[in-house]
Design a binder for this molecule. Structure first.
Ligand SMILES: Nc1ncnc2c1ncn2[C@@H]1O[C@H](COP(=O)(O)OP(=O)(O)OP(=O)(O)O)[C@@H](O)[C@H]1O
Length: 361
């Protein structure tokens, strides 16, 4: 076909390379309806609260639950009717599910063996994967002799050894203690960066998602509520769940120049000049609290509140406030003691316009 014959507005076929899916799954009263596209090399994190549907989405991609509706294409090939074991998909489960009676090497060789690779060749490939994962010394260890971090890497090697076109990771770091997690997270990031096909991971942990993924897809109640780069989402959260996740106070309102009339009641002054529906966000650390109405302070961004609850984070205290405006405020334990903060205490809360950030809703 010449260029002249080419249809002018041919839609870009995302699905020809990489993942193109609309996953509709009914589970009793719950309906998952999530569209996902990703190019080879992309690492996508599905993030969301408990029961949002993340695992259901992953299981639908793996073929472990059937689609009620929608489609699933990988590199242009429809997969809806392909049984799980025949899909070019590698899965790393939360608890790794290594075969306890096989060595690390044989666990990893298992995948290529199932694909018909002769035994000796499968073991050579497995040894190379373990070497890449820094596990050459543990090739002959059984899973019970491996640490959590090592078992996790064997599970990743096992999934990668089948050369999947789609790698699925279900809470890949959840079983690890905090210190191991830090180390394994960094290693996993490197391996995912080298992986040339699509990777989709499910996590509760915003830090895992932000470190490991190029793109976050946030799911709530079975639907995608926001997607974008981690930086985008952290800057411009569009739901309460995401705002909490990234540690911001978030409000909806209507802007008229620098003034935003919040849906929650009061007005707020921002540095941005906008008009129409907006979000306004600011971090809890931007809030200053007073017991008495600050004298000489302008009435702008000053609200009468009451302390509803307090939580300690290291030497910081996060106070949850209700009243004219519900907000979270961070202050040092010293400041909290000086203010004699306690649940039920009446306070004045203020935030500088320069510390707020408004963006179109
Ligand atoms: N086997 C099942 N039968 C019926 N409903 C189910 C089944 N498994 C999950 N659900 C429902 O589907 C919804 C989504 O569950 P899912 O496990 O996908 O959420 P999730 O986002 O992975 O949650 P979590 O973070 O808690 O693992 C929930 O409301 C759950 O009750």
């Amino acid at each position: 076909m010449t260029d002249i014959d080419a249809p002018e507005a041919a839609p870009t076929r995302v699905g020809d390379e990489g993942l193109d899916a609309r996953l509709v799954v009914d589970r009793g009263a719950f309906r998952l309806d999530v569209s996902l596209t990703a190019a080879p090399g992309d690492v996508v994190a599905l993030l969301g609260p408990n029961g949002a549907g993340k695992t259901t989405a992953l299981r639908a991609l793996a073929g472990l639950v059937a689609l009620t509706d929608g489609h699933l294409r990988l590199d242009g090939a429809p997969l809806e009717d392909t049984p799980p074991e025949s899909r070019p998909v590698g899965v790393v489960f939360q608890d790794y599910l290594l075969f306890p009676h096989l060595t690390a090497l044989d666990n990893v060789a298992f995948g290529p063996r199932c694909q018909g690779v002769p035994r000796a060749e499968a073991r050579t490939q497995a040894a190379a994967w373990l070497e890449r994962m820094g596990l050459a010394d543990h090739a002959h260890a059984k899973p019970r002799r491996l640490s959590g971090g090592q078992a996790q890497r064997v599970a990743v090697a096992r999934a990668l050894a089948t050369r999947p076109r789609l790698l699925l990771l279900d809470e890949p770091l959840a079983a690890l203690d905090a210190r191991t997690r830090l180390e394994v997270r960094a290693q996993l990031r490197r391996h995912l960066a080298e992986f040339e096909a699509v990777a989709v991971l499910v996590t509760h942990d915003p830090l895992d998602a932000m470190v490991l993924a190029d793109r976050l897809v946030v799911i709530e109640h079975g639907q995608v509520v926001q997607q974008g780069t981690p930086a985008d989402i952290a800057r411009h959260p569009r739901t309460d769940y995401i705002a909490q996740l990234v540690g911001l106070n978030l409000y909806r309102g209507r802007a008229d120049g620098h003034a935003v009339r919040l849906d929650a009641g009061p007005s707020l002054t921002t540095t941005e000049e906008l008009s129409g529906p907006v979000f306004v966000a600011f971090p809890p650390s931007a809030v200053t609290l007073f017991r008495d109405r600050p004298t000489g302070a302008s009435a702008r961004n000053l609200w009468r509140c009451e302390v509803e609850g307090m939580e300690t984070h290291g030497d910081q205290i996060r106070a949850d406030l209700t009243g004219e405006l519900a907000l979270a405020a961070d202050l040092t334990t010293v400041a909290a003691a000086e203010l004699d903060l306690h649940p039920g205490a009446a306070v004045w809360a203020t935030v500088k316009a320069t510390q707020t950030h408004a963006y179109p809703a």
